[in-house]
Design a protein around this ligand. Structure first.
Ligand code: BG6
Length: 291
């Protein structure tokens, strides 16, 4: 905690004792606020002034060493999904990351840089920039002597007014696996609507996704680069009841639209090579477009 406090910037970056007594960092800018836990380098909140939060956080989430946080932006690495005998969605989200730097940018944004202590032959950094939008960069460099293969994903949970009335646009024409049936499809709809549990991995898609939310009167834009996969998930009624760290009644108010490189879109880096997965989250009144 004391070494973290060296990164305080008065009025802008504040280290405090967060939920479960885990260290946390609050970032305040002229236009927005965010919270980040070094546990998982996990962004748990991002809100623009005068607007409801963009990120959803479960009121039932654990805040415990070794357990993932439910909501915000889990960082998924080095694998996506289950792996026998290992934590689901990789180890990065349950590892305490090192905060290496905090700074203010000339445009008024604040930036935090994290480093992942990991056994992989790789240097792994996560750079979070908070301003008018939230920008996250996940950078992996292969420091070994052989190819390094991994999956990554920024598992963004978004707050929505009502899952029944939102639409997710930007995935028309993309090939996807329905993870509930393990069947393959091509997205035909102009925009996705939700009427039941939804769990899809869209492959070979690099486009911006737009979450149109009439109840909150806004669109959320998920712009990305260095990402070929988009995952869309809502657990609906029964799965919500099965998840111990998620409220039974929270599912209508969230949707995950995740950006990464998973399954056949996994990444292989040659020795010395780097990859950057970059995601920018922004919002605008419904019908407009973010700047
Ligand atoms: C999504 C997966 O990315 O994450 C879902 O597609 C999974 O299948 C969800 O249920 C949540 O995973 P976890 O490990 O955080 O409960």
């Amino acid at each position: 905690m004391d070494s973290l406090k060296n990164h305080d910037i008065p009025g802008r970056v504040t280290v405090f004792s967060g939920k479960g007594n885990l260290p946390a960092i609050r970032i305040q800018t002229e236009t927005s606020e965010a919270e980040i836990y070094p546990h998982g380098a996990h962004v748990t909140a991002f809100q623009k002034k005068g607007e409801p939060p963009l990120l959803f956080m479960s009121g039932s989430s654990d805040f415990l060493p070794g357990k993932p946080i439910r909501g915000g932006v889990p960082v998924i690495f080095p694998w996506f999904g289950g792996r026998e005998g290992h934590p689901a969605h990789g180890t990065a989200r349950v590892t305490p990351w090192d905060l290496t730097n905090s700074m203010l940018l000339p445009n008024g944004s604040a930036r935090l840089c994290f480093h992942l202590p990991c056994p992989e032959p790789a240097n792994v950094e996560f750079i979070v920039t908070v301003g008018n939008s939230l920008t996250m960069e996940f950078v992996v460099t292969n420091t070994g002597n052989a190819d390094f293969t991994f999956e990554n994903c920024l598992h963004t949970y978004f707050q929505v007014g009502d899952i029944h009335t939102i639409e997710v646009a930007g995935l028309k024409g993309a090939r996807y696996t329905d993870s509930l049936t393990t069947t393959q499809h091509v997205e035909e709809a102009e925009s996705i609507r939700f009427t039941s549990e939804t769990d899809r991995i869209y492959q070979d898609t690099t486009t911006t996704a737009e979450i149109r939310d009439p109840a909150l009167g806004r669109s959320i834009f998920v712009r990305k680069s260095g990402s070929k996969s988009t995952v869309v998930w809502n657990p609906w009624i029964d799965k919500s009841k099965r998840m111990l760290d998620f409220g039974d009644d929270e599912w209508p108010h969230m949707v995950c639209v995740e950006s990464g490189n998973v399954k056949e879109n996994h990444i292989t880096l040659a020795p010395g090579e780097s990859s950057t997965l970059k995601v920018e989250i922004d919002s605008a009144p419904l019908g407009g477009s973010a700047g």
